[in-house]
Design a binder for this molecule. Sequence first.
Ligand code: FES
Length: 343
Amino acid sequence: MTTLTLDASLYSGEETYKREQATLLRRAWRLVGHESMLAQAGDYLTDLVGGAPVIAVRGSDGEIRAFHNVCRHRAGPLATDFSGNCGKALTCKYHGWRYALDGRLRAAVDFGAADGFDPREFTLFPARVESWRGFLFVNLDANAAPVLEELAPLEAMWAQRDITVHPFTLRRTHDIACNWKTYTENYLEGYHVKAVHPELSSQIEADQYTVQMHGSISLHEAPPTGGGATNGLWAWAWPDLGINVYHHGLMVERVTPLGPDRTRLDYLYFYDPAHRDELDWMLKSSDQVTAEDKDICERVQANLNAGVYRAGILSPKHETGVAWFQARIREAHANPSPVRATA
Ligand code: FES
């Protein structure tokens, strides 16, 4: 049986972009970081979930909560950087309203007397936050299945291999001029490795690259040749998260759509500090692989936009991961469900 690719029209245009943000990405679990990044009360992480700004913060009671990063006064941001510590309150950057770390409005600073203004009605909009092995996931949809259910196949793989998660080491970002699906599909197959990544190709047995799908997880393996830090294990968690496992650490890779043909790659490294030399080598290798992927993905995107190519065909040997992803994209477009807000 042949499997056709998605139509090229799904890789461009504001309407498709907004539909995927609203009915696909906002209903999925989004990795915002790791508990080790929120060690103290007031530590926070920000992110975009389907284009919606969110913030996760550790409260003075030790609990981690998530909210929309949107002030209830006139929609100012509570934090504008990726991470930090806000002390005892989340303070809006616009006019300074202060919220307790549990989201309650504590002070509408210098607001003046206003009849009928009850601060209890201006608590921050909440979002769901759940943890898997210390990784924090946010979901804007009250109807979404628990994250542990979604990641059960990943948990099984993790337990079998006894993978260690070291404390957070560093973050790197790369912007790519392509649709988020163009990049994701590139990640989901090893077919291109020999042609696009000659160096990486020498570090794995590319001919033995395998891809298996288990529910929301696509698991990729290729035996390492011993010539690098990779141990030949990658996973993709639907819809936007790559997990790259190395000998002494791992990197999680978040894909963030910023426009119909603009995507941010956000790499979070968790590495054994005793193997800093391996991390340095890894960062160099990662820069090279990302630059190679950026180049090919941007060229593919230009060709998708040019209007000649409409749809192609997927290899049953190498591109089952792409077929899995595209089937889910088709399903999301065929059955769009609105997000039910968390109460
Ligand atoms: Fe937040 Fe005004 S918008 S205090």
